[in-house]
Design a protein around this ligand. Structure first.
Ligand code: SAH
Ligand code: SF4
Length: 390
């Protein structure tokens, strides 16, 4: 088995698997997808090919609002322009291959990318107000990378290491595809699918600009929540961003000792540095932070962790989302009993913290990030069978 140090994050001195796909499939670059083209770039392209700039609005309307399935459907464009478009662009970067529906009507969509990799998005209906947004909305959980380099011990996304960043068309395209496939409007977006969004910050910000543009989906930035395992410099960078995007932190441990057992990133940015970055975030933002805390039996679920978590949350004016661990095949972690989870919640609430115990939707469809894609890529021969951690 080949081992390699992660080149993207040289600070991480732990081995991850080399990406086997690079050997299996050469990376061929297809035409850019229209879901990744900003109105400004489209207008510039139209000018280059001798077409009037007002056509940009018509093309964007076909892509994002009328949700055209082919360029030839764009019937108010001259045939010659449709031909030019088809010679320069694809409509979408995602090929839908599978939908998994769950009893509570959470749906998970699996998409194949041009290089044979897979990503997934999860549509969660009638979501309770988890991140400060209004309830009874449809929330889409989107992926930002193929795999993840951060190797949290409990997470399916990191199991096969990191393959590549998603580009803006692949990120923004998940929202369009989910609306197309479900026939419903997505109201909220959480960057909590596969990958670490802040490790792909440039593409993330372009995709956010695309999704929030009034000529595309016009989703308000307040309806977007970026979740991070705690990349300190990027949290500070995002704090400067003019749009009011919400931030959620995957904490999962209230002391360095507990957190670094399950999250290797804590060795690079321990709690003291993470909290300093969150203080900075709070100094720039009005909206409250969210601390996410997965409850894993015997690892981070002791009452003393709850008391310390309450102290951190109060100091940071943050809400806490407790999430009973969603078991992942090939990993030995377990969720605590329902009573134990409730007792942990009560400690937080008694300390005056706004905390919720998230009833995990989609548990019957492997909704935890990365599970369906891992299954697909192992059975489909992209990754070796049997998970991937060496
Ligand atoms: N990389 C980012 C965003 C993707 S993970 C981050 O870590 O925040 C999104 C959330 O799903 C994180 O809080 C992560 O800890 C959580 N998660 C991962 N595996 C899980 C599992 N098996 N059960 C419950 N939550 C899980
Ligand atoms: Fe990556 Fe987030 Fe999973 Fe950690 S929890 S491995 S950072 S996707």
């Amino acid at each position: 088995m080949t081992l390699a140090l992660c080149e993207l994050h040289p600070c991480f001195h732990f081995p991850i698997r080399a990406d086997p796909i690079r050997k299996l499939r050469p990376h061929t670059m297809p035409f850019p997808a229209l879901t990744g083209i900003t109105p400004e770039v489209l207008a510039a392209w139209l000018q280059d090919v001798g077409e009037p700039s007002f056509r940009a609005g018509q093309i964007l309307e076909w892509v994002w609002q009328k949700k055209a399935l082919t360029i030839s459907q764009m019937t108010n464009l001259p045939v010659a322009l449709r031909e030019k478009l088809a010679r320069s662009f694809r409509l979408t970067a995602l090929e839908h291959t599978h939908t998994q529906g769950s009893a509570d009507s959470t749906r998970k969509f699996l998409f194949r990318l041009h290089d044979g990799r897979y990503i997934e998005s999860v549509l969660i209906p009638a979501n309770a107000a988890l991140y400060g947004e209004k309830s009874d909305r449809r929330t889409l959980c989107v992926s930002s990378q193929v795999g993840c380099a951060y190797g949290c011990g409990f997470c399916a996304s990191g199991l096969a290491g990191f393959a590549r960043n998603l580009d803006p068309a692949e990120i923004a395209g998940q929202v369009l595809a989910a609306e197309q496939l479900s026939g419903e409007r997505v109201d909220n977006l959480v960057f909590m699918g596969m990958g670490e969004p802040l490790a792909n910050l440039d593409c993330l910000l372009v995709s956010i600009a695309l999704i929030t543009n009034d000529q595309t989906l016009h989703l308000g930035a307040r309806h977007l929540t970026v979740s991070t395992s705690g990349l300190v410099p990027q949290i500070r960078q995002l704090a400067e961003h003019p749009q009011q995007i919400r931030l959620a932190i995957s904490l999962h441990g209230a002391t360095d000792e507990v957190r670094q057992q399950i999250m290797p990133i804590n060795r690079k940015w321990p709690l003291v540095e993470l909290f300093a970055a969150l203080d900075y975030w709070n100094s720039r933002r009005k909206q409250r932070l969210t601390l996410e805390y997965i409850l894993i039996q015997g690892v981070n679920d002791a009452p003393v962790q709850a008391a310390l978590l309450a102290r951190h949350a109060r100091r940071l004016h943050a809400k806490v989302n407790l999430i009973p661990y969603n078991t992942v095949a090939a990993l030995e972690w377990q969720r605590p009993s329902a009573d134990h989870c409730r007792a942990f919640l009560e400690i937080l609430q008694q300390a005056g913290v706004a905390a919720t115990l998230r009833h995990e939707k989609g548990g019957d469809i492997d909704a935890a990030c990365g599970q369906l894609r891992l299954q697909q890529e192992t059975t489909g021969g992209v990754l070796p069978q049997g998970g991937a951690i060496s």
